[in-house]
Ligand binder design. Structure first.
Ligand SMILES: [Mn+2]
Length: 166
């Protein structure tokens, strides 16, 4: 399938063939994507196993990991020339740093900042047509509504970026 690609912000590669026996687990969803020959570009990953690294190489997955993006404060990047014109953008909130977004099931230190996340999304929106996006893995912390607002505002900001690109 080559009429769209997926750009993923995530702490995790999610490229395991299966996790705890489940090929449709949250840790396997991007493996299902590359199995469908959908081009994949990962941003902000900082947790993956050897199996996932092999899959990256075998399936030609593109990536800019957190250790590259975060210390240098990178907010703009260039998608490969052969990356599809249409992009589905998936945001796992654990791609952001836990200091920004602790309300998630599997937080990992060293993640993207708030403005960096918005800028990387805007960078993709300038280069390609974003046909859809999701905001995933949000797990509210009881009696602490700040992060519920953060998740809603993130969604709202991403919609605004797409609207401005028109
Ligand atoms: Mn994740």
């Amino acid at each position: 399938m080559d009429n769209f690609g997926v750009v993923q912000i995530d702490a995790h590669a999610d490229l395991r063939e299966a996790y705890e026996g489940n090929p449709y687990s949250h840790a396997s969803v991007m493996k299902r994507i590359v199995d469908c020959d959908i081009p994949l570009f990962q941003l902000g990953v900082r947790a993956f196993c050897e199996e996932e690294q092999r899959t990256r190489e075998q399936c030609g997955v593109y990536y800019l990991d957190a250790e590259e993006l975060v210390p240098d404060g990178i907010t703009d990047f260039t998608l490969p020339d052969d990356f599809p014109e249409q992009v589905f953008f998936t945001v796992d909130v654990d791609g952001l740093d836990p200091s920004v977004f602790p309300s998630t099931g599997t937080p990992v230190p060293g993640g993207l900042g708030w403005y960096q996340t918005l800028s990387l999304f805007a960078s993709v929106a300038r280069q390609r047509r974003i046909i859809g996006f999701d905001v995933m893995e949000f797990a509210p912390i009881a009696n602490f509504h700040a992060y519920e607002f953060s998740a809603a505002l993130l969604t709202y900001k991403l919609l605004g970026i797409i609207a401005r690109q028109g």
